[in-house]
Ligand binder design. Structure first.
Ligand SMILES: [Zn+2]
Length: 410
C-alpha cells in the first residue's frame, strides 16, 4: 500500500481511524543498552508517519497526544508503536515531528541527486546508502574517488540545486507497460503494491518508497565531506545536505572559536600550533621517562648503600610506572632481597611489582595483590595491576609479619 505520507510529503498532520491497538513489547535503546519496552502496536486506516524503509528512518510524532516511538513496515501495513493506548475504531489525529522528517527528506533527496550525478559524470554506481544521525554516506562501486572528481560532483549537484529542478513522484501499477520504458536505478527497495518512481527533472528517475522534497531548491546546498575505503573494493562518500549542513557548519565554527581561545591564535595557525604542542609534549614525556630512570637508579643505589643491607625493600612512587619499578629491580640485581614496589595514585589504578626468592614470591604475592584489590601473575617477578594503592600500609604489615613468622619458625 502507498501511504498518505508518501503521497503528501509536506503534510504535517492527518485525521484517520484506528483499525487495531494491542499491547506489545518494543526493543528500545536506553543508554546504549537494548531494553524491552511496553507499548501499543497500532494500525491506522492510513498514516502521515513514514514507516522505516528504503534506507530512510521512520518518523516520530504523536497521535491525540500519545507519543509514537517507532513506525515499522509489516507486509503492506505500517505498524505504529505508541507509548499509550488509543481506542479501536476511534477517529484520531496524527501529528508529525516535522523537523526530523524534513531533515530525512533533505538527506534522502540529496542522496538521489548525488547518486545520479556521480553515475552520469564518472559511471560509479551507488550500491547502498546510509542515513546517519549527523553525516550520511553512499557506497560507490569503485575503488577510489579522487579529490578532483569529488569537487566536480559537488559543483554539479549544487548547480542543479540553484536550477531549482522539480522533484516529482509518480505511482505505477507493477504491470504497467509504461514502467518498462522508464530507465530506473535498481537500488534495493522494499516496495509493496504500486511502484513509485521518483524523478528529478532531466537528471534522474529512480524507484523509491521514501519521502522527498518537491524541488531541489529545498535542499539549499550539499557538501561532500570526504571518502573512506569501503568493503569489497568499494568507496564510501560522506555528505551533509540542507538544514543539517548549517548545523554542521555551526558546530565547526563553534569548535574553531574554542580553539582560538585555547591556542590564543587565529584558525590559520591552529594546525601548526597543535603539532608544535604535541611535539613539545612528546619531548617532555621523554625527559620525564629519563629522569624517572635516573631516580630509580638512585633509589636502588640508596638501598644498596645501607650496611647491613636489609633483606626486604618497600618502595612507592606516585608518578612512577612499571618501567620505573623494573629499573629498581635490575639495579639492585639481587634475587635474595624481597622487593615490594608500587606506583600510582592512592585512589586510582596502579602497578605492583614483587621480586625475590621464587618460593617466597609465590606465597606472598597473591595475598598482597588481593589486599591492593588487583590482579597479576609471575613467579620470580610478580606483576600486577591494582586498584587500591591506599591500602599499601596494610600490605606492608602483612609482608613483614609473614617474614617474621617464617624466621621464628625457621
Ligand atoms: Zn530513495
Amino acid at each position: 500500500m502507498v501511504f498518505y505520507c508518501q503521497r503528501h510529503c509536506y503534510k504535517k498532520q492527518y485525521t484517520t481511524r484506528v483499525v487495531s491497538c494491542k499491547l506489545a513489547k518494543l526493543e528500545v535503546l536506553v543508554d546504549g543498552k537494548k531494553k524491552k519496552h511496553d507499548c501499543y502496536e497500532t494500525i491506522f486506516e492510513d498514516t502521515v508517519l513514514f514507516p522505516e524503509g528504503g534506507g530512510q528512518p521512520d518518523d516520530r510524532g504523536t497521535v491525540d497526544g500519545v507519543n509514537v516511538l517507532r513506525v515499522l513496515r509489516r507486509g503492506s501495513e505500517a505498524v505504529h508503536y505508541l507509548e499509550g493506548p488509543v481506542k479501536e475504531r476511534a477517529t484520531v489525529t496524527q501529528y508529525l515531528d516535522w523537523t526530523r522528517r524534513h531533515d530525512h527528506m533533505q538527506q534522502h533527496s540529496a542522496q538521489h541527486l548525488i547518486t545520479a550525478v556521480t553515475e552520469t559524470l564518472f559511471g560509479y554506481a551507488t550500491t547502498s546508502w546510509y542515513l546517519a544521525e549527523m553525516v550520511s554516506h553512499i557506497e560507490l562501486n569503485t575503488e577510489k574517488v579522487t579529490q578532483e572528481e569529488m569537487l566536480k560532483i559537488e559543483e554539479t549537484v549544487n548547480h542543479h540545486i540553484r536550477e531549482a529542478l522539480p522533484v516529482s513522484i509518480v505511482e505505477y501499477e507493477a504491470s504497467d507497460p509504461e514502467l518498462k520504458e522508464i530507465r530506473t536505478r535498481g537500488l534495493p527497495d522494499d516496495v509493496c503494491g504500486p511502484v513509485r518512481v521518483v524523478s528529478i527533472e532531466g537528471v534522474d528517475t529512480n524507484l523509491c518508497c521514501g519521502t522527498h522534497v518537491s524541488s531541489l531548491a529545498h535542499l539549499q546546498a550539499i557538501k561532500l565531506l570526504h571518502t573512506e575505503r569501503g568493503k569489497a573494493k568499494k568507496t564510501l562518500l560522506f555528505f551533509v545536505a540542507g538544514d543539517r549542513l548549517l548545523r554542521y557548519f555551526g558546530s565547526c565554527v563553534e569548535r574553531e572559536r574554542r580553539f582560538n581561545t585555547l591556542l590564543h591564535s587565529n584558525p590559520a595557525d591552529h594546525i601548526r600550533l597543535v603539532e608544535k604542542n604535541q611535539n613539545s609534549l612528546k619531548s617532555a614525556q621523554k625527559s620525564l621517562r629519563d629522569a624517572l630512570k635516573d631516580l630509580a637508579t638512585f633509589e636502588a643505589y640508596k638501598f644498596l648503600s645501607q650496611d647491613p643491607k636489609p633483606n626486604l625493600f618497600f618502595h612507592h612512587r606516585r608518578d612512577g610506572d612499571l618501567d620505573y619499578l623494573g629499573v629498581i629491580i635490575n639495579e639492585i640485581n639481587d634475587e635474595s632481597v624481597v622487593k615490594v614496589l608500587t606506583a600510582g595514585e592512592d585512589k586510582g589504578p596502579g602497578s605492583l611489582l614483587i621480586h625475590g626468592p621464587p618460593p617466597l614470591v609465590a606465597q606472598l604475592a597473591p595475598r598482597v595483590c588481593e589486599i591492593l584489590e588487583g590482579r597479576g601473575g609471575g613467579k620470580t617477578r610478580f606483576t600486577g595491576k591494582v586498584t587500591r594503592l591506599g591500602k599499601r600500609g596494610e600490605a606492608e604489615k602483612y609482608v613483614r609479619s609473614f617474614l617474621e613468622n617464617r624466621e621464628a619458625e625457621g
